[in-house]
Design a protein around this ligand. Structure first.
Ligand SMILES: Nc1ncnc2c1ncn2[C@@H]1O[C@H](COP(=O)(O)OP(=O)(O)O)[C@@H](O)[C@H]1O
Ligand SMILES: [Mg+2]
Length: 275
């Protein structure tokens, strides 16, 4: 299963990504978590020791130069590979903690044709590989925008979960994300309400997201806020709202698995088909 998580900053994307990673792991899945938010904190939330010391992939300049076939990432680049080899990288550059493997993507240079820079192409290829070709349950913690998902990678995502709070701003962002995702060919764009403090707040979200499939509501939980103040990270089994969190997992398990896909396109196919 391949799950991507988006939503306005602060709504709880990383929290949900971490909780789902732990639950899938407990259910016996091989879990591969990807932090694709430039403001990366999935490792810390999962309690990885020395989380701050993990080098994001995008900062591995020598690796990127070698794989992209360029000498200088900052010079004027007129040619670089469109299908770099990436299939060996998840094993080599992931970190593992309590059975969950994790890769931190890092922040891609923006502007000035940023979209076509070698680092961007490299990250997209890596993400495409992780989503199309890995057998693991892959959970991607995205940013509010979904720029990392090109058309080819978006179609490998079984479900995009959009996290909302009882707050109009996060609802507005959710609408934008859904439009973008739909344009990219993502069919299952589902919502999760988070930090819900009362029935009124849940009803507010339901009203605002009329027409959406909402697969769960997580209450505001002091333990989650408190865990953000410690180094140890979040432990799903220590939370009070077990029932609510497990309901999200259940909805994913029963509704997310797509019918068998056509054979995963290799990188070259991806290039031709979708770029
Ligand atoms: N259900 C919740 N109850 C209480 N605090 C929460 C809840 N979900 C998230 N938080 C807190 O809100 C803040 C933002 O959550 P985070 O998952 O980092 O959001 P995002 O990744 O969307 O920016 C964090 O301090 C987190 O601990
Ligand atoms: Mg986050």
């Amino acid at each position: 299963m391949k799950i991507a998580i988006s939503g306005k900053g602060g709504t709880g994307k990383t929290t949900l990504a971490a909780l789902l990673a732990q639950l899938f792991r407990q259910a016996g899945h091989r879990v591969f978590a990807i932090d694709a938010d430039p403001d990366a904190n999935l490792a810390a939330t999962l309690g990885f020791p020395q989380a701050a010391g993990i080098t994001p992939i995008v900062e591995m300049k020598e690796l990127i130069k070698e794989r992209m076939g360029v000498d200088d990432l900052n010079g004027v680049i007129t040619y670089f590979k469109m299908n770099p080899q990436v299939d060996d990288l998840p094993e080599k550059y992931c970190v593992e903690h309590k059975g969950i493997r994790l890769m931190v993507m890092g922040e891609v240079r923006k502007g000035g044709g940023g979209c076509a820079c070698p680092e961007n192409t490299f990250l997209r290829e890596l993400l495409a590989h992780l989503l199309w070709e890995r057998e693991d349950t892959v959970i991607v913690d995205l940013e509010a925008g979904i720029e990392h998902l090109g058309r080819g990678t978006a179609q490998a995502v079984d479900v995009l979960l959009v996290v909302v709070e009882p707050d109009l701003r996060s609802i507005e962002t959710a609408g934008k994300i859904k439009r973008l995702a739909t344009d990219l060919g993502l069919r299952k764009v589902w919502a999760v309400g988070n930090k819900v403090g009362s029935e009124e707040e849940q009803e507010f979200i339901e009203r605002q997201l009329a027409g959406w499939k909402i697969i769960g509501f997580l209450p505001y939980q002091r333990e989650i806020a408190a865990s953000a103040m410690t180094e140890g990270g979040l432990e799903v089994e220590q939370l009070a709202a077990q029932k609510e969190i497990k309901a999200v997992l259940k909805a994913l398990e029963s509704g997310a698995s797509a019918p068998p896909r056509a054979k995963a396109p290799g990188s070259k196919t991806l290039q031709r088909r979708f770029r």
